[in-house]
Design a protein around this ligand. Structure first.
Ligand SMILES: NC(=O)c1ccc[n+]([C@@H]2O[C@H](COP(=O)([O-])OP(=O)(O)OC[C@H]3O[C@@H](n4cnc5c(N)ncnc54)[C@H](OP(=O)(O)O)[C@@H]3O)[C@@H](O)[C@H]2O)c1
Length: 294
């Protein structure tokens, strides 16, 4: 009998890629969304959808009933540990066999960023959840560059407070494929494992700009800016102060060299190297040239 896999964060960046990676797999896919209005697209893909909110523990039991494997993704924010707690409790009450959790690179009680420290709390909880568990700790998402696509399309430049930081950035599609592999393998195989997932090389944003220039056949320049300048821009776009502070902490950590490493874990799990920035810019070139929606 097929196993039922519940995907939380189902409309977001990673879980959308995960649903795609699981499309043809021999599992029954179930998605958790916050609003009924977000269910239709998923239902059209043949996915069973439950409406529930990780903010509200009472909205979750039905979604976890009959599930064997739960993919737990918590949105970035100060309530992330509460979200994880609600999901893990609902899973436990429903008799779920396995949790596969999305954490973050460098999650630790002494991480230099609040997101890493919050994730550490949920990682510890997951390790003691009484179910089988696997934790994925991905590095900086290459897809974050899509936030710069509007500027790049309009001006050929993008501005970050990353100075000459080197980051072992990873394509989200590889995170999703690793998550899919874990979810499809026997529950014992990855039980108790924490996998730090990175791309194949550690890159500066000057090097990213050079790859974008090559792929788009036009000049793209990275403009390093101060923390204060970036803060002002993000607040101006309406990004919440908590998120702006969190991003600044990451930027400062990366500038200090904290993210300058890669691992061989994606290749170990998938049996092939992770996607390179070259693959990302080739596959997303249109986003960096179109000025629509930006
Ligand atoms: N960006 C990076 O470089 C990076 C690197 C490593 C790890 N991470 C981690 O990745 C995670 C974010 O993943 P992502 O980028 O795929 O997320 P995302 O695109 O921001 O999507 C978040 C998802 O969570 C859902 N959601 C938000 N609040 C919810 C709630 N109260 N109850 C139920 N669902 C809720 C959203 O639903 P709606 O559609 O309703 O909003 C959406 O589906 C964070 O834990 C972050 O720390 C990020």
């Amino acid at each position: 009998m097929s196993r039922t896999v519940l995907i939380t964060g189902a409309t977001g960046t990673v879980s959308t890629a995960l649903l795609k990676a699981l499309t043809d797999a021999d599992v029954d896919l179930r998605a958790l969304v916050r609003e009924e209005s977000k269910a239709n697209g998923l239902r059209q893909q043949g996915i069973e959808v439950f409406v529930g909110d990780l903010d509200d523990a009472r909205s979750l039991p039905q979604a976890f009933e009959g599930v064997q494997d739960a993919w737990v993704l918590t949105p970035n924010g100060p309530r992330a540990p509460e979200h994880n707690m609600n999901a893990v409790w609902a899973a436990r009450q429903a008799g779920v066999e396995r949790i596969v959790r999305l954490s973050v690179v460098g999650a630790a009680h002494d991480a230099p960023n609040r997101s890493g420290r919050l994730h550490a709390l949920s990682d510890r909880e997951t390790e003691r959840c009484g179910m089988r568990w696997t934790i994925l700790r991905p590095h900086w998402f290459i897809q974050n560059l899509l936030n710069e696509a509007g500027d790049i399309a309009a001006t050929g430049t993008f501005s970050l407070n990353m100075a000459s930081a080197r980051i072992g950035m990873i394509d989200v599609r590889d995170i999703a494929e690793c998550a899919a592999r874990v979810l499809l393998d026997d529950p014992d195989r990855h039980h108790g494992q924490t996998y730090t997932l990175t791309g194949p090389r550690s890159l500066t944003f000057d090097e990213v700009a050079a790859e974008l220039s090559l792929a788009l056949d036009r000049s793209v320049t990275y403009l390093p800016v101060s923390d204060d300048a970036k803060r002002k821009t993000l607040l101006g776009y309406g990004v919440p102060k908590w998120t702006v502070d969190m991003l600044e902490e990451y930027a400062q950590a990366y500038v200090s060299g904290w993210g300058d490493f890669t691992t061989g874990t994606v290749a170990d799990i998938l049996g092939r190297p992770p996607r390179d920035i070259v693959d990302f810019v080739r596959d997303h070139a249109a986003a960096f040239t179109s000025t629509d929606d930006n």
